[in-house]
Design a binder for this molecule. Structure first.
Ligand code: SF4
Length: 557
């Protein structure tokens, strides 16, 4: 394995004792693949699969696809096989992956925090309508996700995406996954610093770069200069968070090692100040540490969070400065994330006198048709475009004040409310059993039904309560940082039968009081009993809360 590390002239090696049992860390000499994923990446750079899709598989059809590409390298192109319909959640853990595989694909398009023009939104909508049975979901990583994609259609889809400045490159896989950017970057009145150029530069320099196409596992990036910390920086592998140095002015702190799933960790804040134009170098350094020192033996221990937990922030910073940047970083106190919601829903003033409008599709589910309608609304009202949010929402930017009322009414007519109920605004759901091969339970439809019922039962709720619904322990919809986090699993019903249900986590939060929701062992609920369970918890909270006490604080009491 070649030594790919960037070594500035002034670099010095930090003494790191070689562990007795190799974890597959390249930098310590353990370069032999220790599992089949590592072997597959060594056999062929996953980026090479693009050419095979374009020139072989799309022409010869599904059956021509090499299994190692189908279930491995396709992910680097944002493609996963989707779950065969009709296989219940009880079979997820017992069937082989090929038995769960359908002949259709889920396709993820990354937006990386970019402003989508009306033309780009239209292209996204037309792809969903024409190639994906009219599916399209807004994900909590600012992607558009399609289903029912056929391999023969992929070249035409890519061509259309590329003409709109979009791609699926490295939208999945052990790669630089889609970047989260502030949905209001460059326009928000209260912004500390606009990080758009740094995010664009990271993308330009490192996306599709073979030096960064083989990480130990996924690598999630978030960057925001907004004081609300609107990109969930606490749960990303690397996050740049806007801050002000008393003498040097606005810049970014660097947070590393966050992630949820079965071993949740919040990011460690390095307490530094990085100027805007040096953010890409810092990203390269952190990504380099992950590539070179990340644990590759066990997939379950391969995320950056495990290395950061073992090293601690001081050693991480020392290695970053000495081996990768070749210079010390500037000390600066880390900013604290504010309490409260960060979704930009509703109407807000921009610094240029225009307005932005955040709207809430139900659990991110839109459709190709709806996106085409959204493009019409943007165009007809002369708005600048739209951005997706890490909360499965959409923000329309650059709306002239005299067009606002008409725009809000038009959005409402297509099902995108700027004034949603708490439940529509604050419920997220992952893909779930409809399409995901790892799922145990249904999420999207179950959540939509839950929202409708809670809107009926609590029409005038005067509190913000978040509900995150996940189809398995993987936490794609951030189970542990919701007020009510629901983790899909099989549970016993009153007759002793195994049925779809959820393990409940209560009182999770990001921000000032960031913590993981309490997993209450006794709190397991069947999917059928979910409406009543949430109703009981919310009723108790409303009856028992003290003045101004938010849900997570009430749970912690
Ligand atoms: Fe699939 Fe589980 Fe992620 Fe949901 S949380 S999308 S079920 S892997």
């Amino acid at each position: 394995m070649p030594d790919l590390r960037y070594k500035p002239e002034s670099a010095q090696r930090t003494e790191i004792p070689r562990p007795k049992r190799g974890e597959g860390q390249w930098a310590l000499g353990f370069t032999e693949p220790l599992n089949k994923n590592e072997q597959s990446k060594k056999d062929d750079d996953p980026l090479n699969v693009r050419d095979r899709i374009l020139h072989i598989y799309s022409k010869r059809g599904f059956d021509s696809i090499d299994p190692a590409d189908l279930r491995g390298r396709f992910r680097w192109m944002g493609l996963y096989t989707q779950r065969k319909p009709g296989i219940d959640g009880g079979k997820t853990a017992v069937l082989e992956e090929e038995e769960l595989d359908d002949r259709y694909f889920m396709m993820r398009v990354r937006t990386d925090g970019a402003l989508l023009s009306a033309a780009a939104v239209r292209a996204l909508g037309e792809i969903g309508r024409d190639h994906a049975r009219d599916t399209a979901d807004v994900t909590d990583r600012e992607n558009i996700q399609y289903h029912w994609i056929e391999i023969e259609d992929v070249p035409a889809i890519w061509e259309k995406l590329e003409s709109a400045g979009l791609s699926t490159l490295e939208a999945c896989g052990d790669s630089p996954r889609p970047f989260l950017g502030s949905p209001v970057a460059g326009v928000a009145k209260d912004e500390i610093i606009d990080g758009t150029s740094a995010l664009e530069e990271i993308k330009r320099r490192f996306l599709g770069d073979p030096r960064f196409s083989n990480f130990p596992r996924k690598f999630k990036t978030a960057l925001t200069g907004h004081p609300s910390h609107d990109v969930a920086p606490e749960v990303n592998d690397v996050a740049f968070v806007g801050t002000v140095h008393p003498e040097l002015g606005p810049g970014f702190d660097l947070w590393v090692g966050g992630g949820l799933s079965t071993n949740p960790h919040l990011t460690e804040k390095l307490g530094v100040w990085i100027p805007l134009d040096e953010v890409p170098d810092a990203w390269e350094g952190v990504a380099g540490i992950f590539r070179d020192y990340g644990y590759r033996r066990l997939r379950s221990k391969a995320r950056l969070k495990f290395l950061v937990a073992d090293w601690g922030r001081a050693k991480f910073r020392e290695v970053l400065e000495n081996e990768y940047l070749g210079r010390p970083l500037v000390d600066n106190a880390s900013p604290e994330s504010p309490l409260g919601h960060r979704d930009h829903i509703g109407v807000h003033e921009q610094k240029d006198g225009n307005l932005y409008v955040g709207v809430a599709p139900t659990v991110g589910r839109v459709s190709g048709t709806l996106l085409v309608q959204l493009a019409d609304v943007i165009e007809q009202h002369g708005a600048a475009g739209a951005r997706l949010t890490p909360y499965q929402k959409i923000v329309i930017l650059g709306v002239a004040p005299d067009r606002l009322d008409s725009l809000v009414a038009s959005l409402d007519r297509i099902g995108l409310s700027a004034h949603p109920s708490n439940w529509r605004r604050n419920t997220m759901a992952c893909t779930g059993i409809e399409f995901c091969k790892l799922a145990i339970v249904d999420t999207k439809q179950r959540s939509a039904d839950l929202i409708a019922e809670l809107e009926r039962r609590f029409p005038e709720l005067d509190a913000q309560i978040t509900v995150n619904v996940n189809g398995c322990p993987n936490a794609c919809a951030r189970t542990q940082v919701a007020d009510i986090g629901l983790k899909g699993q099989l549970v016993m019903d009153e007759n002793g039968d195994q049925v779809e249900g959820f393990q409940v986590h209560l009182g999770g939060a990001t921000g000032l009081e960031a913590n993981f929701g309490r997993k209450l062992r006794a709190h397991k609920v069947t999917s059928a009993g979910l409406d009543d369970y949430v109703t009981a918890v919310v009723t108790n909270y409303l009856a028992d809360r003290r003045d101004g006490e938010h849900f997570a604080a009430w749970v912690a009491r």
